[in-house]
Design a protein around this ligand. Sequence first.
Ligand SMILES: C[S@@+](CC[C@H](N)C(=O)[O-])C[C@H]1O[C@@H](n2cnc3c(N)ncnc32)[C@H](O)[C@@H]1O
Length: 288
Amino acid sequence: MTVDPTTETTADTDRRAKAATRQAWALGDYHRFAKETVWQVGPVLVAACGIGPGQRVLDVAAGTGNTAIRAAQAGAQVVASDLTPENFEAGRREAAAQGVELEWAEADAEALPFPDGDFDVVTSSFGAIFAPHHQAVADEMLRVCRPGGTIGILAFTPEGLISDFFGALVPYMSPPPPGALPPPLWGSEEHVRELFGNRAESLDMTRGEYVERADTPHAYREFFKQTFGPVVATYASLSDQPDRVEALDRDFLEFATRFNRGAPDGPAEYPYEYLLVIARKRGAEKRG
Ligand SMILES: C[S@@+](CC[C@H](N)C(=O)[O-])C[C@H]1O[C@@H](n2cnc3c(N)ncnc32)[C@H](O)[C@@H]1O
């Protein structure tokens, strides 16, 4: 698509960026990716939010249901929402295999199509952090949560491995829309405090870690190239530039080799630090 930068509005740019984001996350095989990586952490968020029977839960940027399916297994009535409905079919299959049913809804985390105070708990595991406008996301998660309800977020920390991962990839990716903040900023306690202000009655933040594994650093890179949409999209965008593809291959392998924490004869291991945020929304909402 050809875009005339002199006539395009910010809203147009944003819409175009969201469409590209959706297209990217629909590539590869997100469910296969998630099952071998972040799937181990969904239950941590569900437990920390105290999700149980009788609660109405919204999972934002749910992917194929890492947190949403676990919330349903805990007995809650769950809506799994995401910008990329192309991944819902895999989520529905996983939910059926686990013997639970949930509702799946296409939704941008920055403009949630739900009424004020509709949910007891609003969650997002490594998902809402990818929306470009962090304040809009925090505002929306607060808005759809009932007064006194819980908001739970899992975010990669800026000090953790995710920054090195992005450091290798970003030079090859399309630039983010103007005003976009980087996803790992959600892993900064100070940033989260600013986003929620005094609209949260309490804000508990703890750091944790989970480990991704592959047979070798080379296998780790190939796994991302096959399954992880944004990486698949980045390689696809370079398909007519073999030199750039070669350079990205080299940089990705260099990252995977340098940060491998596994034993020399064992599988390659990548520990990712995350921030677990649990916010309680004030009973009577205040701006701050
Ligand atoms: C790393 S995946 C996390 C998915 C899931 N929460 C999990 O734990 O496996 C990131 C997800 O964010 C979604 N996403 C990106 N930007 C979004 C936005 N603006 N609104 C809603 N979802 C978005 C993507 O479609 C993708 O499913």
